[in-house]
Write a protein that binds this ligand. Structure first.
Ligand code: ADE
Length: 226
């Protein structure tokens, strides 16, 4: 059983992915537990203030260290964590390899950044992994955290119906997946490749491997040099 604790100033923004689809099923099957923590519940300041102006001047608010310290410390008092992740555009870009390795962890915390970010002492003191979901800036870490959770949770054994299907995903083996088809075999003259209808499974496997390499060479040659 994996446990994910998400620390955020906007819990509403990240709840819905866990109330639908594969993630909901993973929670219902007891394969993963996801807990949201509203940072505003960990401040003593008036108006539940969690951010403040940055020292040295400059536009944009910064999340303060104290509520984050209180929240993380409260969680750590109950269990130890394998990873404390900060979602930030200047983190390491998420890829399948990172998702695979995080899916093997037991307890993880995900801190969602906001505004100009968090007081840098949080990153130095508490954070073990800094993750970005791509080279663009979101208005907060929540959508990034949702993406990360989806990529990780679907890899937990038992979450997908067909246990083998995550192994044949695009990016496992640094290859794009081969094309897939379903019925009808002829749609308005557009035919499914004949080999797939042949019933010759070694031949089908060989065709899929060739197509995977062909598509990767054409669309994502960078993956082949990894
Ligand atoms: N917060 C803001 N932008 C982000 C990004 N690209 N990835 C992760 N967290 C973020």
């Amino acid at each position: 059983m994996m446990r994910i604790d998400i620390i955020t100033v906007l819990p509403e923004l990240i709840k819905s992915p866990f109330e639908a689809s594969i993630l909901k099923r993973a929670v219902e099957k007891g394969l993963v537990e996801v807990h949201m923590h509203n940072l505003r519940d960990y401040t003593d300041k008036s108006y539940n203030q969690v951010d403040d102006y940055q020292f040295g001047g400059g536009a944009g608010m910064v999340l303060m260290i104290e509520p984050i310290d209180k929240c993380i410390s409260a969680l750590q008092a109950s269990r130890s964590y394998d990873a404390i992740i900060y979602m930030t555009p200047d983190g390491k870009t998420l890829d399948q390899k990172m998702a695979n390795s995080l899916s093997l962890q037991k307890n993880i915390i995900i801190l969602c950044g906001h505004y100009k970010g968090v007081d840098h002492r949080v990153r130095e003191r508490f954070i073990t992994h800094e993750i970005s979901i791509g080279d663009y800036v979101l208005s907060g870490g929540e959508l990034g955290a949702a993406v990360l959770c989806d990529a990780v949770i679907r890899l937990i054994p038992g979450v997908l119906n067909n246990e083998t299907s995550a192994l044949t995903d695009t990016f496992q083996d640094n290859l794009l997946a081969p094309p897939v088809y379903t019925r009808p075999s002829n749609y308005k003259g557009m035919e499914v490749p004949e080999v797939l209808l042949s019933g010759n499974f070694p031949k089908i496997e060989k065709w899929r491997e060739e197509k995977a390499v062909e598509r990767t060479e054409k669309l994502r040659p960078d993956l082949l040099n990894k």
